[in-house]
Design a protein around this ligand. Sequence first.
Ligand code: FAD
Length: 808
Amino acid sequence: MIIIITVGVLLGLAYFRARMWLWSVALVIAVGAIGYVFCVSTGALLGLVGATTVLALVLNLRPLRLNLLTRPLFGLFQRMLPPLSDTEREALEAGTVGWDGELFSGDPNWQKLLDLPKPALTDAEQAFLDGPVEELCSMLDDWQIVEFDKDLPPKVWRFLKEERFFGMIIPPEYGGLGFSALAHSAVIVKLASRSITAAVTAMVPNSLGPAELLLHYGTDTQKGYYLPRLAKGEEIPCFALTGPEAGSDAAAMPDRGVVCKGTLDGEEIVGIRLNWEKRYITLGPVATLLGLAFKLYDPDHLLGDREDLGITLALIPTGTPGVTIGSRHVPLDMPFMNGPNWGRDVFIPLDWIIGGAERAGQGWRMLMESLGVGRSISLPALSTGAGKLACRATGAYARIRRQFRIPIGQMEGVEEALARIAGLTYQLEAARSLTCAAVDRGEKPAVLSAIVKYNATERMRQVLNDAMDVQGGSGICLGPRNLLGRPYQAIPIGITVEGANILTRTLIVFGQGAIRSHPYVLKEMQAVGNPDRVASLRAFDENFFAHVGFTISTGVRALISGLTGGRLLTVPGGPNSRILQRLTRLSSAFVLTADTAMLVLGGNLKRKEKLSGRLADILSNLYLASAVVKQFEDHGRPEEEQPLVDWTCAESVRMIETSFAEFFRNFPNRPVAWLLRLVTFPLGIRPAAPADRLGHQVATLLMAPSSTRDRLTEGIFMPQDENEPLGRIDAALVKVIAAEVVEKKLRTAQRHQQLTGATEADLLAAAVAGGVITSQEAKAVEQANAARTEVIRVDDFPADTWRQGGDQ
Ligand SMILES: Cc1cc2nc3c(=O)[nH]c(=O)nc-3n(C[C@H](O)[C@H](O)[C@H](O)COP(=O)(O)OP(=O)(O)OC[C@H]3O[C@@H](n4cnc5c(N)ncnc54)[C@H](O)[C@@H]3O)c2cc1C
């Protein structure tokens, strides 16, 4: 009994994260009590209690702890830690930590998340979406743009500039729109549902590039000159980082700038002579202002003592002598402007460096600090737009299209795909709005932006794949009627840009997350790297022992929650409290696993990308499920939306548990893997997909007009014209549903041999004549059939269309 009580007290203290002194006192008492009960000799008992007391004193008296424990551990840690390059350190330290920090606490504060204000647009932002964005969408004929013009029409370019689409992030005092991240993202969602080419064109000047960098680092002169010109579209910007030799490893760029004397406008000045070769640069072929990343060297020490100054960013007018720009790549036929550019012996003054000469060599830090914002907005928005379009169009198509005499959406195989389309799109919207709201609160989400970029584009890929499967040939045959072909074609672009997905998942999300979002790891690393020995030892001591306490506590929480399924955990009440308990339990299992993996594998974990990728998936799904619960609360807990929450959270939990199982199966240190599995999943891991019944409910939501379907697809461009493919399919859905009741009557009459007819028209005429249906009902069936015929039609073209140069 005494053992049970003492172990219970110790576990309880660990569970509630008691302070170390309290835990130490309890440990001494526990050892004493257990020793006394088991009648060890007095000498042995005193020895045992004495030794435990000494250990407790060493742990709690800082001077003792520093000298006896911290110092040797510090040395060990220094040897274990992988050496960090400057670029790695700058990437790790950049940006902010938000909800990812809570997930890494093992005990997320859900109330804090749920209390965050509901993301909302201002009146001016909403008016822009309802006005210029709608107008722009109705000007876009994506088939003509992609197939024949290979560019946006001149009037669209003009409209984009005049309405300041290129200045969404530029504050009004410089002539821009000064939009929130949420509004900027909403514009991209709508454009992406109409034309990927237009969405990318509007997105890039507002993402990481000249405007964003000028806003944060530009000198007053640079801001005063360029920002108004960028806002009005008088300058078209691009940003050139990638080159033939430096793709994912952008910091390895061979592009060089050398500080030297040269002549500019007849005057000798100190400037930079540049040579570079870049490729894949969006808007490059039409850019007037090139943001360029290069490595700067100062061999003659004209700027100071250092020769190798590091990555530097400059703004270069593309008309500068030596700059070559203008040829185009063809990125999977999407005709947004994209191409290579290069410079040969281009001489620029020092004040073309963004932020002026004092920012020479700070380019990587500037990029890393700014990366999180654009990455949180652009591709998540584009993916959400594509997902919502697929929901609206494919859900309706599945009800309209019939095979084997029933709507294809009623077949269970198709229903499975529809459930994924709906559920993942609900998740996309949740992650988009939660992450944009974080940016609008001033965060620069370092890890969350990588999570949302990777997962949004992967979910878009899944949704569009499913939508293509459901639509069959009508999704495949391109033409003005096809809504899905172009977004489908563009998938790999989203997957590759702004950090290619394989690298983002396996190297960034967990690699950066484990260090950046963890409560102690970065602090320990910074302590070890601090050249001030006294301060570094003290900081290490503080964080290391807090970390040890945290890990013990997390282990106890993981075990107890594993045994109880998280049922003892306190979370906010409401319809999703059970989901929150599950997520909290998985969060503590995750933190313990991550901590152990870092401890056992050290720097090797960086190379074990298959393992770190699985940990990334766990962290990602914890974030996505959090976003879904938050979104549901923000929507006011609508009952009819509950199946979407249940389906997406069940899917996230399945993915999390699968990743845990695969992680444990492949962890190289087998005893540790076994122990970890036992502590975190004491009752075993049984990943389960969302129930079929739930999938049915979710799929059904897509196949009939409802407020839930409207909310799920809110923000896309919805043409009212029935000659537009989306307008046509939406109107046909209403007609088809209206006719279904009548068709049921017809089928019943046919079954009872009351009706015969060789053709549909004969059948309807006989039904009206026989009083089975009214003539109005017959009309409804005819209208539904006509609408269905229009929806299932696909485009065909005269054989010589392309030889003639197109249907201009
Ligand atoms: C349409 C388009 C538009 C673009 N726009 C711009 C722009 O405006 N400005 C700009 O500067 N750049 C731009 N890019 C470049 C883009 O950012 C790069 O394509 C991207 O960084 C990947 O580089 P890469 O294509 O050379 O692939 P690589 O770097 O060769 O990568 C190939 C594969 O290897 C994987 N990989 C690489 N390293 C690792 C690792 N350590 N661990 C795991 N996997 C790894 C990658 O994930 C990828 O799957 C654009 C690219 C495209 C295609």
